[in-house]
Structure formats: structure tokens, C-alpha cells
Write a protein that binds this ligand. Structure first.
Ligand code: RB5
Length: 147
């Protein structure tokens, strides 16, 4: 597995915590996030990173901003992306099992780095269940293809 991680100015602490986790798990990653302390636009980071997941250059993405909302809204505009904004471990597991989410978004102004790390770990370790969930995702994909 390889992962693209990105963050705006409001997500740098969790971004760094998740990078430590990826190092510990031996997962390859590229960090395209903001390296400055000044204000930037989450859309400038989310859209190009989501496109790289959609094209298959990366298996998964982890996107961090203040709330995670801007990153998730932008990422979900990219065809083929299923970005889950997740702030609890249960949802992190279920969004992999049921939604086959390919991007995880989290908000640093909502949760701390310890919980973010647990969420990311479970999300990275959990496989898609397939079956009926495949059919449900397929209906969303058909709709997306018709746009
Ligand atoms: C930045 O202030 C903040 O708006 C951004 O990080 C994110 O929370 C937007 O959804």
C-alpha cells in the first residue's frame, strides 16, 4: 500500500503524527501538505492529491485540515473518490468495511493527535467487506458516471 498525505496550515500537527504512524507501519507515503504557518487554501491541497488517488498513483489518501470538512468536500468532487470525514474509531472501521473509502479526512480542531492516530491505524488496517456493499457503491458510481 502507498498513501498520499496532505494538510493545510490547520492540520500540520495531526499530519506529522500520522506520518510517524505510517513510518512505524512501514507504509510508503508522499506528503504534499503545507509546510508553512501562514494561512493557505485547503482546496489547493485536497484537489491535486485526490486526483492522484483517483488516477491510481496512490492506494489511499489521508487529508487533514481544521475541521476535515473542507478537505472532504473538495476530495469528494473528484471522480472515483470516496472520502470519509471520520472522528471516531468505529466509523473509521466501518467506512472501510462498508464504503471502501479511499481517502480519510480528519480535523485537527476537532480531535487530538492521539485519537487521530488510532483512527488512521484502524482505517489503514481494515479491508472492504464487498458483497452487498459493492452493489451500493456501484449505484453511486453509476450516478457519478452519468454526471
Ligand atoms: C482554515 O481556517 C479552515 O477553514 C480549514 O482548515 C478547514 O477547517 C476548512 O474546512
Amino acid at each position: 500500500m502507498n498513501v498520499i498525505i496532505t494538510a493545510d496550515h490547520a492540520g500540520m500537527t495531526i499530519r506529522n503524527e500520522v506520518k510517524k504512524l505510517l513510518d512505524e507501519m512501514g507504509i510508503e507515503y508522499e506528503d504534499t501538505g503545507c509546510s508553512c504557518e501562514t494561512s493557505v487554501d485547503y482546496s489547493d491541497y485536497a484537489l491535486p492529491a485526490a486526483e492522484r488517488v483517483a488516477k491510481g498513483e496512490f492506494d489511499r489518501g489521508i487529508f487533514i485540515c481544521g475541521t476535515g470538512i473542507g478537505m472532504s468536500i473538495a476530495a469528494n468532487k473528484v471522480k472515483g473518490i470516496r472520502c470519509a470525514l471520520t472522528h471516531d474509531v468505529y466509523s473509521a472501521k466501518l467506512t472501510r468495511q462498508h464504503n471502501d473509502s479511499n481517502i480519510l479526512a480528519m480535523g485537527e480542531r476537532v480531535i487530538g493527535p492521539g485519537l487521530a492516530r488510532e483512527i488512521a491505524k484502524v482505517w489503514l488496517e481494515t479491508d472492504f467487506d464487498g458483497g452487498r456493499h459493492e452493489r451500493r457503491i456501484g449505484k453511486v458510481t453509476v450516478y457519478e458516471d452519468q454526471q
